[in-house]
Design a protein. Structure first.
Length: 215
């Protein structure tokens, strides 16, 4: 199956977010990747449920909501109500991951888990059957435009083997450019998140940028 591309709106023009989401929808985005940061789990603050809700009116595409927040449990219902389709939490947050994943599915949403570059894939061993998506961070989360960390390719390979025949998507996020996209797919990634690589050159370029990632 063809690789999916999930543009990260972190690299969009925040003053024109609705328009930007419509532009990447028209340009062929599979998912809309929404990076939520709290200034605590990561050293940056971005957007909350109110913005997700406002953007919901601009596209019917899947909202792939990446929560880089700790604590995360108190906010999951709000993101679900705002229109998230996939809700991904970090393995490194404090609390009870197994319970958090059950909470997400109990709200009728797809449950994802994200691993920072230093986090080993063994954290997945006892929660695989609660997962719809695994997100491998190929940068340290917090900012767009960082360089891809090559050691994560081996992690993608190992996770692909762990997934086996389960219906779990494997997503890679951070520093993904056309230059590394093929290696990510060969290692086993199904979904490529890309911020700068999609949003560079203005909206006239978005479709070509997405095609370049798929090529
Ligand atoms: C990083 C975010 C990523 C990132 C992607 O914390 O989770 O989604 O913004 O942007 P690029 O592709 O520019 O690294
Ligand atoms: Zn992300």
């Amino acid at each position: 199956m063809a690789v999916k591309v999930a543009p990260s709106i972190l690299s969009a023009d925040f003053a024109r977010l609705g328009e930007e989401v419509r532009a990447i929808d028209a340009a062929g985005a599979d998912y809309i990747h929404i990076d939520v940061m709290d200034g605590h789990f990561v050293p940056n603050i971005t957007i909350g449920p109110a913005v997700v809700k406002a953007l919901r009116l601009h596209t019917t595409k899947i909202f792939d909501v990446h929560l880089m927040i700790d604590p995360v449990d108190p906010y999951i219902e709000a993101f679900a109500a705002a229109g998230a389709d996939i809700i991904t939490v970090h393995a490194e947050v404090g609390g009870h991951l197994d319970r958090t994943l059950q909470l997400i599915r109990s709200l009728g949403k797809k449950a994802g888990i994200s691993l920072n570059p230093a986090t080993p894939e063994s954290v997945l061993d006892y929660i695989l059957d609660r997962l719809d998506l695994i997100l491998v961070m190929s940068v340290n989360p917090g900012f767009g435009g960082q360089a891809f960390i090559p050691s994560q390719l081996e992690k993608i390979r190992r996770i692909r083997a762990k997934i086996g025949s389960r219906p779990i998507e494997l997503e890679v996020d951070g520093g993904v450019t056309p230059a590394v996209a093929l290696e990510c797919v060969e290692a086993g990634a199904d979904v490529l998140v890309a911020g700068n690589a999609v949003f560079s050159g203005g909206s006239g370029q978005y479709a070509a940028n997405i095609r370049a990632l798929r090529a």
